[in-house]
Design a protein around this ligand. Structure first.
Ligand SMILES: [Zn+2]
Length: 84
């Protein structure tokens, strides 16, 4: 068995390299768990109205620093029965 054989080339490609600016912004926002404004980076965010539609929930979020707003998109992953 040749242990030196590598599955991947030594020079690892940056996985973010192929992402567009918008995809990168999306990724960073999700990695911050929605705690940082995708436009200015502030954590001074305010949640607003929520709307549920076919396994998705949309929550309006506003940034109190730069006045941008957007909708957080949540996807249903499971149900939980309280008390069990
Ligand atoms: Zn902002």
């Amino acid at each position: 068995m040749n242990l030196r054989k590598r599955k991947y080339p030594l020079e690892k490609k940056n996985p973010d390299e192929d992402l567009t600016e918008d995809q990168l912004k999306q990724k960073k926002y999700v990695e911050s768990l929605g705690c940082k404004c995708p436009f200015c980076g502030s954590d001074d965010l305010e949640s607003g109205a929520k709307e549920v539609d076919a396994g998705y929930m949309f929550e309006r979020v506003s940034c109190l620093s730069c006045s941008e707003y957007w909708d957080d998109v949540y996807k249903l992953v499971e149900f939980y029965k309280p008390g069990t």
